[in-house]
Ligand binder design. Structure first.
Ligand SMILES: NC(=O)c1ccc[n+]([C@@H]2O[C@H](COP(=O)([O-])OP(=O)(O)OC[C@H]3O[C@@H](n4cnc5c(N)ncnc54)[C@H](OP(=O)(O)O)[C@@H]3O)[C@@H](O)[C@H]2O)c1
Length: 192
């Protein structure tokens, strides 16, 4: 199985969503998400494209003009084999998480990211192939109705800032960041 990375923004209470959408809008986190999920590491052939795997609800939460996520191969997971992707280019449907991973082709694809939502994270975090978790920790109290699973410290360790920057191949602001009244921080967990 291909190793993959979970990428998520979550509160201290692990909240990630509300009413089918994101509970916040943090422009620098969106830029970070785009950079990281698009970047082909320097050591890989630059013609590759990364993969983003998401649940059907998360797909629908992306405004139509912003989906599919550009320059990434999009895989949408639904139990409904007839789910209509409306001819979105560079996008395929899979009826299970395993099926989604089986669609990854090392000749075409670079890094693989699971980009949500809660159902997908639940499935993905359990597997040994979940090698990294990129977590934007939201340190403000924000109401959520959808939650990220527990990151078990038996399985994952918090990386230091240099490891985070090496992984994403860019300078990342360190420590507490602020956007309006929201405090947040960029973190990386690596499977032990
Ligand atoms: N903060 C963040 O970083 C972040 C990131 C992404 C999403 N979110 C938020 O998370 C929320 C959405 O999360 P969610 O858990 O409700 O939805 P989701 O994981 O995006 O999608 C759930 C859907 O995936 C399909 N599915 C789930 N388990 C499956 C399985 N075992 N096999 C096949 N298909 C399966 C089902 O689709 P069908 O019903 O079509 O069968 C299910 O309804 C939204 O609020 C979104 O904004 C937050």
């Amino acid at each position: 199985m291909t190793p993959y990375t979970l990428i998520v923004a979550a509160t201290k209470e692990s909240g990630i969503g509300i009413k089918g959408g994101l509970p916040w809008r943090i422009p620098k986190d969106m830029v970070f998400f785009k950079h990281v999920t698009t970047l082909i590491p320097k050591t890989s052939p630059q013609h590759l494209q990364n993969v983003v795997i998401m649940g059907r609800v998360t797909w629908e939460s992306i405004p139509p003009k912003f989906r599919p996520l550009t320059d990434r191969f999009n895989i949408v997971i639904s139990r409904n084999p007839l789910y209509d992707l409306q001819d979105a280019p560079n996008t395929v449907l899979a009826d299970s998480f395993e099926k989604a991973l089986s669609l990854v082709d090392p000749k075409l694809h670079g890094r693989v990211f699971v980009v949500g939502g809660a159902h997908m994270y639940q499935l993905a975090i359990k597997e040994r192939h979940c090698s990294h978790i990129l977590l934007t920790r939201i340190n403000s109290d924000i109401e959520c109705d959808t939650f990220f699973p527990n990151i078990d410290e038996k399985d994952f360790r918090l990386a230091n800032h240099q490891e985070l920057e090496e992984y994403v191949e860019q300078v990342v602001p360190s420590g507490k960041q602020s956007h309006k009244d929201i405090d947040y921080e960029f973190l990386l967990y690596i499977r032990k």
